[in-house]
Design a binder for this molecule. Structure first.
Ligand SMILES: Nc1nc2c(c(=O)[nH]1)N[C@H]1C(S)=C(S)[C@@H](COP(=O)(O)OP(=O)(O)OC[C@H]3O[C@@H](n4cnc5c(=O)[nH]c(N)nc54)[C@H](O)[C@@H]3O)O[C@H]1N2
Ligand SMILES: Nc1nc2c(c(=O)[nH]1)N[C@H]1C(S)=C(S)[C@@H](COP(=O)(O)OP(=O)(O)OC[C@H]3O[C@@H](n4cnc5c(=O)[nH]c(N)nc54)[C@H](O)[C@@H]3O)O[C@H]1N2
Ligand code: SF4
Ligand SMILES: [Mo]
Length: 762
């Protein structure tokens, strides 16, 4: 165990509990799987998780909890978990000490960088990395110490559109307007399924869906815009089955109705926002019938919803992954914000507000991830939200020349499965001189790793997620207490990055003196045998909390269920704006230009031979690609299916359970069909996150595969130019029956062989 693992925090005190064995204790902590951030009661004995239940005493999240949180201990005890650093050797992997790992990686990286410069090292971080402040902070500190520009992350297959819009409109990529659910009378939920995914994307509104339903019982109206009649749509007052990828047309039409009918909020259009004349000009050039035809929603329906929305007392539009993961995703995301701005929903009850939090999260983020600009070597594309597009990565690895990527760190991510065109990325990763993976389990994207470095699970980590301070829907803070100690060979990411910088003699954070300071504190801890004297990111957290002046560190620790430290307030938004003129920029020229481009395009039409659009859904028991293999989740079957409308299925002669092939010019997958009238016709739904290998570097047994990777059929070369996001939820595919239901094989290894990239010539 590392010298610093007490973090200066006493372990949670044993508490009386009615669970045997008798030494069982309950730790109150916070779930870090998704941004709902539910409070948990974790019952622990002999350093094992016995049971996880909802913490009903959590003042913020008491009404939220799900099966993923309940089974979180399963990943901690994953039978294939990496327990020590593992080095690739002929025929498999071999366990090594941390000293060997850090020294070998540092030596190899130094040689690569000395020969080819800092950009020869690339990084990718995934969703779980973002749920740990210390991880992101020290990873960036390490990358800054090297000076590489080759940074990739999950954002280009997730929330980049939001960051691009927030930067342009409010002046900061993290300035997410927070939903004031409890006061709202009218909800338009676009491309979101909060009944399943919780009310989260880049905000933290635990129980948001239940709270919206509570408002509905008091008379509020819920409109769900989704090509699928989802669980949320089932409960909604109105379901609009939009054509995938065309939300921009629907939302632009609503903006047009608001202006044409004089329903805008005059004061906000005048005093809060700039760019309203440009918006008026844009909608002036657009035709309502044309827009209605593009999104395939009747004009009268659009007019009715736009009027009701504009006239409602408190109202909000929210936009999520269903909006962003398309070629026009950023324009659609922007227009969702525009509707809120022009109808006076910003900073007003029932709309979207700004939460100041307990630290200045916007400033903190700029310190943790220094704003960076850089054009990519091959395509000359500028970074988005400080990172390059994931679609650019394979060529940046394989194309010779100065600046070619030769080494890579993948930190808590699975880009081969979460992004488009995974086969190309997989092939590229295989050619790297050095691939270092920091994870709990070796998955698909880690197949070619030279080093597997074992990370601590969040149940093994003390955390204060200060970056999400401003994402909470009320002034709230909870310390994420460690429930169990990590296995002895496992380390937290921050420590790995600090050790690498020190071993490479590169100044962590690019600041001279930091490495020496950390080493000095470690030496002091060793000599005095007082582990708490060794540097730990907790020191930074304490400092942040102190300078934030909203809460005291000791109050945070004294409230293990979490602390609501104030009332939800309005009136902070305008002051918080980071734009130079302190106004909302309602019509950034690059968005207006792109909208005009879209208006000039012909109406959407399927290319010959590929009549379906490939949609995506989440399920309660999945979390992207990282939990599908666990016991206790997906009791009715561990696989994804191709969900088709009955009339589409009948036209293709497909029956429930038949094996079908879903294919595009770039790839194909085979999987069983399920038939339901939930999707709109012409849309086939295949969940993402499946088909990721789960390897066994310790035991050496065969990898396990569950389901197939549907992103293999998505063409990664086409991206939204503003967010760098591919059409993950609207690319065109064909569907074909392969075999009757009886022949469908439910074999994890077989399933891998049924998904592959098509040869380039087909
Ligand atoms: N159970 C569970 N919860 C999760 C996650 C998970 O994997 N599992 N992931 C977490 C993460 S990382 C995120 S980012 C959030 C995401 O949160 P959400 O974005 O709410 O996630 P989804 O449930 O995928 O909902 C997206 C919806 O968009 C619809 N959609 C697809 N294409 C279009 C389109 O063109 N237009 C419109 N209007 N709708 C479209 C889909 O049918 C789907 O119902 O959820 C988080 N919560
Ligand atoms: N078609 C389609 N594709 C999508 C989406 C979609 O809706 N449709 N959704 C997109 C979205 S919203 C997201 S967020 C991405 C997810 O994309 P990624 O973040 O790239 O992938 P995950 O599946 O979340 O994989 C997370 C990895 O982190 C590991 N891990 C878990 N906890 C920790 C930890 O504490 N430390 C470390 N170091 N590792 C850890 C897990 O074992 C797993 O290997 O997928 C995107 N892809
Ligand atoms: S909704 Fe589920 S996964 Fe998300 S924080 Fe709550 S318990 Fe964890
Ligand atoms: Mo996400």
């Amino acid at each position: 165990m590392s010298p610093s693992d007490t973090n200066g925090i006493a372990p949670a005190q044993p508490r009386p509990d009615n669970v045997t064995p008798s030494d069982a204790r309950t730790v109150h902590t916070v779930c870090r799987i998704c941004l709902a951030g539910c409070g948990l009661n974790v019952t622990v004995a002999e350093n094992r998780v016995l049971k996880i239940s909802a913490d009903k005493q959590n003042p913020h999240s008491w009404s939220d909890f799900c099966a993923k949180g309940r089974t979180a201990g399963r990943l901690v005890e994953h039978p294939r978990r990496i327990l020590n650093p593992m080095k690739r050797v002929a025929g498999g992997y071999q366990e090594a000490t941390w000293e060997e790992a850090i020294s070998d990686i540092a030596t190899r990286l130094t040689a690569i960088i000395d020969a080819d410069g800092p950009d020869a090292l690339a990084s990718y971080w995934g969703n779980p990395a973002g749920n740990s402040s210390s991880n992101v902070m020290f990873m960036n500190g390490f990358l800054d110490s090297i000076g590489t520009h080759n940074r990739y992350y999950v954002g280009s297959v997730d929330q980049n559109a939001m960051h691009v819009v927030a930067t342009a409109m409010y002046g900061s990529m993290l300035m997410t307007p927070i939903s004031d659910v409890d006061n709202s009378d009218y909800f338009i939920l676009v491309g979101a399924n909060p009944a399943v995914s919780a009310w989260n994307w880049v905000e933290n509104v635990p129980g948001g869906w239940k709270r919206a339903l509570a408002r509905q019982r008091l008379g509020a109206k819920i409109v769900v815009v989704d090509p699928v009649r989802t669980e949320s749509a089932d409960k909604a007052d109105v379901h609009i089955a939009v054509r995938p990828g065309q939300d921009w047309a629907l939302l632009l039409a609503m903006v047009k109705v608001v202006f044409d009918e004089g329903l805008e909020h005059e004061q906000d259009c005048r005093d809060l926002a700039t760019g309203v004349p440009a918006l008026r000009a844009l909608v002036g050039d657009a035709d309502l019938d044309d827009l209605a035809a593009r999104c395939d929603v009747p004009r009268e329906r659009i007019e009715q919803i736009a009027r009701e929305f504009a006239l409602a007392r408190g109202a909000m539009v929210i936009t999520r992954t269903g909006v962003s993961l398309h070629l026009a995703g950023t324009v659609a995301e922007w227009l969702g914000h525009v509707l809120n701005v022009i109808t006076g929903r910003m900073d007003r009850p029932g709309g979207r507000r700004f939460e100041p939090g307990y630290v200045d999260a916007l400033k903190l983020w700029d310190t943790m991830a220094k704003p960076m600009t850089h054009r990519s070597r091959l395509q000359g594309r500028e970074m988005t939200a400080g990172h390059h597009g994931l679609d650019e990565l394979p060529d940046e690895i394989t194309t010779p020349g100065p600046g070619k990527i030769r080494a890579m760190v993948i930190n808590g991510g699975n880009p081969v499965v979460s992004g488009a065109d995974g086969t190309r990325l997989d092939a590229a990763l295989q050619t790297l001189d050095l691939l270092v993976v920091i994870d709990l389990v070796q998955r698909e994207s880690h197949r070619h790793a030279h080093w597997l470095l074992p990370a601590a699970h969040w149940l093994e980590r003390n955390d204060l997620h200060a970056v999400s301070s401003g994402l909470q829907d009320q002034p709230f803070v909870q310390y994420g207490h460690r429930a169990v100690d990590p296995p002895p060979g496992v380390r937290e990411e921050w420590e790995i990055f600090a050790d690498l910088s020190i071993a490479m003699r590169k100044p962590l954070f690019g600041v001279k003196g930091v490495n020496g300071f950390i080493r000095a504190t470690r030496a002091l801890a060793r000599v005095t045998r007082r582990r708490e004297l060794a540097f730990h990111p907790q020191w930074i957290n304490r400092l942040l909390v102190a300078t934030g002046r909203k809460v005291k560190w000791r109050d945070i620790l004294a409230h293990p269920h979490g602390l609501v430290f104030g009332e939800r307030e309005f009136g902070h938004f305008k002051d918080a704006l980071k734009t130079e003129d302190k106004k909302v920029h309602a019509a950034p020229p690059e968005f207006v230009d792109r909208a005009r481009e879209l208006l000039a395009e012909p109406h959407p039409q399927a290319p010959a031979g590929y009549p379906f659009q490939l949609g995506n859904q989440r399920h309660r028991h999945s979390m992207n690609s990282m939990l599908n293999d666990l016991e206790g989740l997906h009791p009715s079957g561990k696989r994804n299916t191709a969900l088709l409308h009955p009339q589409d299925a009948a036209a293709l002669g497909i029956d429930e359970g038949d094996l079908v092939r879903v294919y595009s010019p770039v790839g194909e997958i085979e999987l069983p069909a399920t038939i339901s009238d939930r999707p709109r016709r012409g849309v086939v739904i295949v969940d993402h996150g499946w088909g990721s290998g789960v390897f066994d570097p310790r035991g050496g047994s065969e990898p396990q595969y569950f389901g197939v990777n549907r992103n293999l059929v998505v063409d990664g070369s086409q991206v939204d130019p503003l967010s760098q996001t591919p059409a993950l939820s609207s690319s065109y595919v064909a569907v074909q029956r392969v075999a009757p239901a009886a022949a469908t094989v439910d074999d994890p290894v077989e399933s891998q062989q049924r998904s592959r990239r098509r040869p380039a010539t087909t």
